[in-house]
Design a protein around this ligand. Sequence first.
Ligand code: 5GP
Ligand code: ZN
Length: 112
Amino acid sequence: MTTDCLFCRIVAGDIPATVVHETATTLAFRDINPVAPTHVLVVPRSHYENAAALAAGEPATAADLLTSASAIAEAEGLDGYRLVFNTGADAGQTVFHAHLHVIGGTTMGWPA
Ligand code: 5GP
Ligand code: ZN
């Protein structure tokens, strides 16, 4: 737990969030500024700055994020969905606690 980390504080229950799924190692809650009808963030309960640090430090938990994402997509009834780890400021990462975006419920183009 890092007290100045927003997602650590959500995991601790100090800041409210709409939780949609949880496991022993992960917590998933709705993004406060959704970019699609379904926009859920899946975070490890432990603090890691980004996905690469999580994969190096707790590889099993990194896999758990993907398993949680699958369960969320099924619960939300998504036909197709996008999983995103923004890693680093150049990629648009703004919260430096690893998180997996689960985005769906609309038709998306690629790229962008
Ligand atoms: P990033 O840009 O770091 O990949 O994603 C951070 C995400 O966290 C953004 O999509 C942003 O909307 C979301 N976010 C920022 N503050 C809060 C908050 O207080 N609560 C929730 N639920 N989401 C937040
Ligand atoms: Zn944190």
